[in-house]
Design a protein around this ligand. Structure first.
Ligand code: URA
Ligand code: SF4
Length: 193
């Protein structure tokens, strides 16, 4: 099967999924989107208010910032892939629960295996903790690891892993926003290699 057929199958299953209780309160699942040949995959946490309405990732305020950060290093949304740990919105944007992460991440794992990115950027502690665990790297907290560049093996793929702060927290905290901008400059350097 082609990458497109494999991804269409994953998307179809997500749209019908009831593997955790979040299906009850979601409006639309958010499977993720972008190039299936992307060199970089961005992994966020979960859909928020606008993502749940539109069925698309990072289309609210955090998404606007992400678009700006991407443009700042010469990337468009179309050439990367943007996904999330959870495909359905947790009520009130609460943190993902362990049983939800357990139920939902097989979809993300399949997406990673289809796309085979060279670089994985995890946005925030939930995505970072999940991918670090896949890579067998102890996770010491997002404030310690953000902006560092790891050579890792994730799902049998050799990847460069770059954890960052979540754009949503940078919206209201100038210090974290500067840190996120700096981390994107580090990512830009990786892109040239
Ligand atoms: N925050 C996320 O983590 N993911 C989205 O898709 C939107 C906001
Ligand atoms: Fe299924 Fe994931 Fe949505 Fe839960 S969050 S219902 S596991 S797609």
């Amino acid at each position: 099967m082609s990458k497109r057929e494999l991804m269409d199958q994953v998307v179809k299953e997500i749209l019908e999924c009831r593997k955790c209780d979040l299906w009850k309160s979601r409006r639309n699942p958010v499977p993720g989107e972008g190039s299936l040949d992307a060199k970089i995959m961005f992994i966020g946490e979960a859909p928020g208010y606008w993502e749940d309405i539109k069925g698309r990732p990072f289309v609210g305020a955090a998404g606007k910032l992400l678009d700006k950060l991407l443009a700042g290093i010469g990337l468009s949304r179309e050439e990367v892939f943007i996904g999330n740990i959870l495909k359905c919105r947790p009520p009130g944007n609460r943190d993902p629960q362990p049983e939800e992460v357990y139920a939902c991440t097989p979809y993300l794992d399949r997406q990673i295996r289809i796309i085979k990115p060279k670089i994985i950027v995890t946005l925030g502690r939930h995505a970072s903790a999940y991918i670090f665990s896949k890579a067998g790297i102890p996770f010491s907290g997002i404030s310690k690891v953000h902006g560092k560049v790891y050579s890792a093996e994730v799902l049998d793929l050799d990847v460069t892993l770059v954890p960052m702060y979540h754009p949503a927290v940078a919206l209201y905290n100038a210090r974290l926003k500067s840190a996120l901008e700096e981390d994107f400059r580090i990512l830009a350097v990786q892109l040239e290699e």
